[in-house]
Design a protein around this ligand. Structure first.
Ligand code: GRF
Length: 221
């Protein structure tokens, strides 16, 4: 994929990948920002793994195009799942992907085809409290049990592993006395939405320069 030139703000043709149980709040925040002109993007596909995913229901309610690709229908060792995702992405004309509650590792052919065009939001400050199995309540519980004094969220590019790609931006949220996983998650969520819109807008404007694992934000022109 060829990123747009700096400052070009070519609208992203964005595919949003959701998980089987996620609420879809990030999806809806991105969609609202796109409709209101705060994010230069059009959501061209919402991709889930099961017909009944709540986030897909919400996407349908918004009139967004939905695709279901069930990884269990494919041989775990083969390329079938990745090929099926690539077909959906190409048919939708997607040039970028936002993971929003998608819990799997993306098949490497997808990562390779969309290198530095795939972003994820994680509800903690990576590289802490990330990796396989670190999602939803598990993340916030781990933060509290560790005794960390701050948490927050991280938007990062996606590579072949879990939560290890170059960091685009992070927002810090203090942990408060008496926090539960639920209260901490609730306080972090609006920061997730804001961070995701901000990061994707930078991507749309061609302002993210990746060198190794360091992402530099170029000045706007
Ligand atoms: C968010 O907490 C996000 O950080 C994580 O999965 C959750 C998805 O929530 N990757 P929602 O479905 O967008 O509300």
């Amino acid at each position: 994929m060829t990123p747009p030139e700096t400052g070009a703000a070519a609208p992203l043709s964005l595919a949003v990948f959701v998980g089987p149980r996620g609420r879809g709040s990030n999806l809806l925040a991105l969609h609202a920002a796109a409709l209101e002109g705060r994010l230069s993007a059009r959501i061209v596909a919402v991709v889930g793994s099961t017909e009944t995913a709540p986030a897909l229901e919400r996407a349908r309610g918004e009139g967004l195009p939905v695709a279901v690709v069930n990884p269990k229908a494919y041989d775990a060792e083969g390329d079938g799942y990745g090929d099926a995702l690539l077909k959906v992405l190409r048919e939708a004309g997607a040039d970028s992907i936002a993971l929003a509650g998608y819990l799997r590792r993306l098949p490497s052919p997808v990562v390779a085809a969309y290198r530095h065009r795939i972003v994820n939001i994680h509800p903690a400050l990576l590289p802490s409290f990330g990796g396989k199995g670190m999602y939803g309540e598990h993340v916030h519980r781990a933060v509290l049990e560790y005794g960390a004094k701050v948490s927050g969220c991280t938007v990062h590019f996606v590579d072949e592993a879990y939560d290890t790609g170059p960091v685009i931006l992070q927002k810090v949220v203090p942990v408060e006395e008496g926090d539960t996983p639920e209260t901490l998650a609730t306080r972090i969520l609006p920061h997730e939405h804001a961070a995701y819109i901000e990061a994707l807008q930078l991507l749309a404007e061609g302002r993210l320069a990746v060198k190794g694992r360091v992402v530099r934000v170029k000045a706007s022109t």
